[in-house]
Design a protein around this ligand. Structure first.
Ligand code: AMP
Length: 281
């Protein structure tokens, strides 16, 4: 399934994408996440993107398109993907169309998540991200879970919540203005291609997931997958086998470690290394 999620900042694209990742087992490709990672790692791309991001403007098309081209070429994108935050303007939409036509993998659907302006601002103010696993929470609508199974999958400790620097009031206003001016026209672009579905993205996260699954013609995506413990059965079995191999291999390694007598012998037989090796074999 190749999908674009369209919607203003705070409309829940990230949250819904993460659910689709778990349920449809296809990757989420978020240009915002890729750019934030480039900034955090201090790459040249991050350096060039930072100023526009801090101001709430769009990053240069050439930088974003280069990044997306590279990401779509990854093996995991062959079985499908969810584009979150891309395309953001008509030039990007045309470029994406050409790119996907070129590899014979056109989009299956574009879903526009509609949320009222006041609600967007409210949601953005409550948005927090785990600094370790990147999962997005909302203190108002989807707070981090508590109790068993609530730990961060990366650290096994509670999620470390941070607020994005561009989620401040002034930048949010600019991002919403940019959305109306540059991104909203994509609704007509995709409607003209018969790909557009518009859903009401207000209400609980579960309700929105149900509407999204319905729009995609895949109501099963509204259901949670089997619990993580069942899903991890095979990899865990693999880890056990690997650990067993390591346990078997260790004593063999210990045997090869030369004892004191052998070390003394090797020191005295300087330059006769091949001979010593042959002897040990
Ligand atoms: P997001 O996380 O999608 O809200 O993106 C955060 C910021 O990254 C945006 O405000 C832009 O500055 C930049 N950005 C993300 N995606 C794009 C894109 N497709 N084109 C240009 N800039 C982008």
């Amino acid at each position: 399934m190749r999908i674009v999620l369209l919607g203003a900042p705070g409309s829940g694209k990230g949250t819904q994408s993460q659910r689709l990742v778990e349920r449809a087992r296809i990757p989420q490709i978020s240009t915002g996440d890729l750019l934030r990672s480039a900034v955090a790692h201090g790459t040249e791309l991050g350096r060039q993107a930072k100023e526009a991001m801090d101001a709430g403007r769009l990053v240069d098309d050439s930088l974003v398109l280069g990044m997306i081209r590279e990401r779509l070429a990854h093996r995991d994108a062959r079985k499908g993907f969810i584009l979150d935050g891309f395309p953001r303007n008509l030039a990007q939409a045309h470029a994406l169309e050409r790119l996907l036509e070129g590899i014979g993998q056109p989009l299956d659907a574009v879903v526009q998540l509609e949320v009222d302006y006041g609600e967007l601002v409210r949601r953005i103010s409550g948005r927090r991200t785990c600094a370790d696993c990147g999962r997005v929470f909302n203190l108002l609508t989807s707070p981090p879970p508590v109790g068993e199974g609530a730990a961060c999958p990366k650290t096994a400790a509670p999620h470390r919540l941070i607020q994005r620097p561009d989620d401040n009031e002034a930048t949010v206003a600019e991002r919403l203005r940019v959305y109306d001016e540059k991104t909203r026209p994509l609704v007509d672009f995709y409607r003209a291609r018969g790909l557009l579905h518009v859903i009401n993205a207000e209400g609980s996260v579960d309700e929105v997931t149900r509407r999204l699954a319905q729009a995609l013609g895949a109501p099963a995506l509204a259901q949670r997958r089997a619990p993580a413990s069942t899903v991890r059965k095979r990899p865990r079995a693999k880890r056990i086998v690997k650990a067993a191999h390591q346990r078997v291999r260790k004593p063999a390694k210990a045997k090869r470690t030369p004892g004191k007598a052998a070390r003394t012998h090797r020191k005295s037989a300087a330059g006769s290394r091949p001979k010593a090796r042959g002897k040990r074999r």
